[in-house]
Design a binder for this molecule. Structure first.
Ligand SMILES: [Zn+2]
Ligand SMILES: [Zn+2]
Length: 351
């Protein structure tokens, strides 16, 4: 490497090392998420103010700011939570914004850096917001309400998340669309649910943000009774605990941070993609950056393949850079191991 080249700093340390560094630096962190659809006149200035304050408080996470609002997944050193709360609640656009605090506080960080991006939208939904009334959202459901929906044969419960999220955890009896993105989800659900157009429809997602848009979209598409779970699965888990309600969520809640999953039910409902035998709700990315496929792995397989999705990926990762560059171009078409074709990567979840 030419030392005079100004190198962009990329933290290429193994995940375990980054984890150790973060946990050594601060003892305990609180993981929280929040969102708000609110008009932000100057997202660039808003981002800068946020970045300055959050950096000073030692926060880590991923935050999107757009003219339509804010969407944040982050953590804060637990001793700074009160200061963070006071500052956020003093920002005019964020007054009263509710936080969802993760159920489990782990001994390692949920994020390794702080990224705040200005975007066109806070959730990529592919919709033209001018073509329908985005404020005509469905009424909210509490945890007790959605439990009633699950027991009601005349009601349908729909998972508004992607297939890799619902695979490791979902509500009993929910409809689980086989999609990879929220954009795709919005495109297929009106057709998928058309026989339920005049029934009670309950939507849910991780923290509630996707359902704000999805409920307005389905109402626009002619669904008469659409409601959604307030605060999503994260808040459901809290309410179940606090109110002593029966937990009807099976498995884990997929969360978009380094933890990837947060167990809500006591059970594991999904299987390892490598041996397709052992139960697992632990997602990993293949260590081979050309592949990087998201897979579920059991402890035995993760150790056996050293974090790669297959022996092929482990071997090809050792090839010289020049060869890797060529094969990266054709990877998806010719080299991706057969067991990770779309259908097999996401087996039908057991309800
Ligand atoms: Zn396995
Ligand atoms: Zn791989």
């Amino acid at each position: 490497m030419n030392v005079s080249t100004p190198a962009k700093f990329i933290d290429a340390r193994p995940r375990a090392e980054k984890r150790a560094a973060i946990s050594a630096e601060v003892r305990l962190r609180t993981t929280l998420s929040f969102y708000k659809y609110v008009k932000i006149n100057d997202p660039v200035a808003f981002r800068l103010a946020l970045l300055t304050k959050l950096t000073a408080l030692g926060c880590l996470g991923r935050i999107y700011v757009a003219p339509e609002g804010i969407n944040a997944q982050m953590n804060v050193p637990t001793e700074n939570f009160v200061a963070l709360d006071a500052w956020l609640q003093a920002v005019p656009e964020l007054i009263g914004v509710p936080y969802k605090i993760a159920v489990a506080e782990k001994d390692f960080s949920s994020f390794y850096k702080l990224t705040i991006k200005v975007k066109g939208k806070i959730v990529a939904d592919g919709l033209d917001d001018a073509s329908f009334d985005v404020t005509n959202t469905g009424a909210y459901l509490t945890a007790a309400d959605i439990n009633d929906y699950i027991d009601d044969p005349d009601a349908v419960v729909v998972d508004m998340r992607n297939a890799y999220e619902s695979e490791i955890g979902h509500f009993a009896g929910a409809i689980l669309p086989d999609v990879d993105t929220f954009r795709e989800e919005l495109a297929v659900t009106p057709e998928l649910l058309k026989i339920h157009k005049n029934q009670k429809v309950a939507l849910y997602c991780t923290g509630g943000i996707r359902c704000e848009k999805a409920s307005a979209w389905l109402k626009h598409k002619g669904f008469t009774d659409v409601r959604h779970l307030k605060g999503g699965i994260i808040d459901y888990a809290h309410q179940v605990k606090e109110q002593g309600l029966p937990n009807k969520f099976l498995g884990s809640n997929f969360v978009f941070d380094e933890r990837l999953g947060e167990r809500v039910g006591a059970d594991i409902i999904s299987h390892c993609h490598l041996c397709q035998r052992e139960k697992s709700d632990c997602h990993y990315h293949c260590q081979n950056q050309i592949c990087h496929v998201l897979y579920l792995g059991c402890d035995g397989c993760v150790a056996k393949y050293h974090g790669y999705c297959s022996r092929f990926c482990a071997l090809s990762d050792k090839a010289p850079v020049a060869i890797k560059k060529i094969y990266a171009r054709y990877y998806n078409r010719y080299f991706r191991p057969a067991q990770f074709r779309k259908a097999q990567l996401r087996p039908t979840p057991v309800v």
